[in-house]
Design a protein around this ligand. Structure first.
Ligand code: ATP
Length: 237
């Protein structure tokens, strides 16, 4: 396993957000995390990236315990996160935003190769290379923050709601990019989405969260037609 969470419990003060979550991700896999607002999806990502320390349970990445480690160490180990809400540096250029993603690296030639590959993958970013990031459209900003995460040369990419607030046509583009990134770069992906249909369509397995616990898990193809998933996460159709 590339990543394993075992019985993770996470609290904000006295209120629990995760109540014994176990989750696994194999090398090369794309796994979706679906669930309603407040189900605990972002909390799982915060626990993995070290932004919140679990009260109980273990997180193992490539055979090493990472729970309790500092976020910067976790990035260095190859875990990059695309946060919810596209946190761009609005006054900085697209170029400088992308380069920020390589802050933990010192291999100049490798960084140049990553930059090249991000600009080839997202030609729109190449066209807007010198533009202030705050003036990009929502979809372009999303591409840029995905590109920024790739600049860390990750083994595991965590995506927090990449389709949120994006025009439907662009959601398809972003979904295709995620598939291509995983295929071309051998990156494993943990995809948090409220757009369950999109998430299930591009993942091999999924976990459905409900108030801090895993309510259902299985192959995405099967979950797509599961009546419980249809009723609770796919708008009942
Ligand atoms: P969303 O899709 O709305 O982002 P989510 O599934 O990602 O939801 P989390 O953000 O993980 O959910 O939140 C899980 C629970 O923890 C919620 O009840 C939320 O109100 C609570 N919570 C999250 N962050 C904090 C915080 N900083 N302080 C207190 N409670 C928090």
């Amino acid at each position: 396993m590339l990543l394993s969470l075992e019985n993770i419990e996470l609290y904000y003060d006295h209120v629990y957000a995760l109540k014994g979550v176990s989750l696994h991700l194999a090398e090369g896999e794309t796994v979706a995390l679906i669930g309603a607002n407040g189900a605990g999806k972002s909390s799982i990502l915060r626990a993995i990236t070290g932004l919140r320390k679990p009260r109980a349970g273990t997180i193992t990445y490539r055979g090493e315990r990472i729970d309790g480690r500092a976020p910067a160490d976790i990035v260095k180990m190859g875990i990059a996160m695309v946060p919810e809400g596209r946190r761009v540096f609005p006054l900085m250029s697209v170029k400088d935003n992308l380069l920020m993603g390589a802050f933990s690296r010192s291999d100049k030639a490798g960084i140049a190769r990553s930059l090249d590959s991000v600009l080839t993958r997202f030609p729109r970013l190449k066209e807007r290379y010198g533009q202030q990031a705050g003036t990009l459209s929502g979809g372009e900003q999303q591409m840029m923050v995905i590109g920024r995460a790739l600049m860390a040369a990750p083994k595991l990419l965590l995506l927090d709601e990449p389709s949120l607030g994006i025009a439907p046509k662009l959601v398809q583009d972003i979904a295709r990019s995620i598939v291509a990134i995983s295929r071309d770069e051998g990156v494993s992906v943990l995809l948090v989405e409220q757009n369950s249909r999109m998430a299930l369509s591009i993942s091999s397995r999924a976990y459905a969260l409900s108030t801090g616990t895993v309510a259902l898990t299985g192959a995405s193809k099967e979950l797509m037609t599961d009546p419980r998933i249809k009723a609770a996460y796919l708008g009942g159709d």
